[in-house]
Design a protein around this ligand. Sequence first.
Ligand code: E4P
Length: 256
Amino acid sequence: MTRRLIKSGFSRCFKVLDFLIKPSNMKFFIDTANLRDIEEAKELGILDGVTTNPSLMAKEGVCGIANIERHYRIIAEMVEGDISAEVISTDFKGMVEEGKRLADLAPNIVVKVPMIKDGVKALSYFANIGIRTNCTLVFSSAQAILAAKAGATYVSPFIGRIDDTNWDGMDLIAEMSAIYNIQGFESQILAASIRSSKHIVDAALAGANVVTCPLNAIYGMLNHPLTNIGLAKFLEDYHKLNGLATASSIIGTAQV
Ligand code: E4P
């Protein structure tokens, strides 16, 4: 009896330790301002947040401060996790005013600030007053160190855009991950400008805390020809004995 109690006590301690030691797993954000895509990703049950930027808002035709703020509020109500809303100002005073206004829209709004001189000032200011931030347009480890030092909650390296210039975006994530670990920086690495499911896998391996991707990159993760072939065969064998569907309709059903 005593031995069992000791054993279960140990096992509980190990579970708590395990929980404390294990890093939390990579979060999935969707990179869009499109409400249908957000809803679809949410239905998969894997959505942890949303990132937007002025180009994505423009793509949805959302314009004028009132409409933009209304759109952010809708997204913030749809998704429980963090929603990045980007400032348009490029001077410190403007970014602070805009950022405070955005942060007031909903408790899960994170203010997105560009990696420029006044942006770094704004990141420090927001960190000191408890407003969470996402430092955007990060393309080098030097920028990533500045953002983390200024207290950014998230730091967003743009993987796809780095790849476009013939450099390897994943090297930046790996370098940031090593530096943040060595130095104990608490900012989370948010892999942005993701173009494919391969980018998502590589970002996970390189140590990203969050990956933000368009819906098609998330769906790309589902695809493997052997899954489709295997499922079609299972269904075909089932239906051979049980009747019902034809082979072609089975293969159609099995396509993901
Ligand atoms: C997200 O925060 C970024 O704004 C976004 O991922 C940029 O992606 P793009 O390079 O595909 O425009």
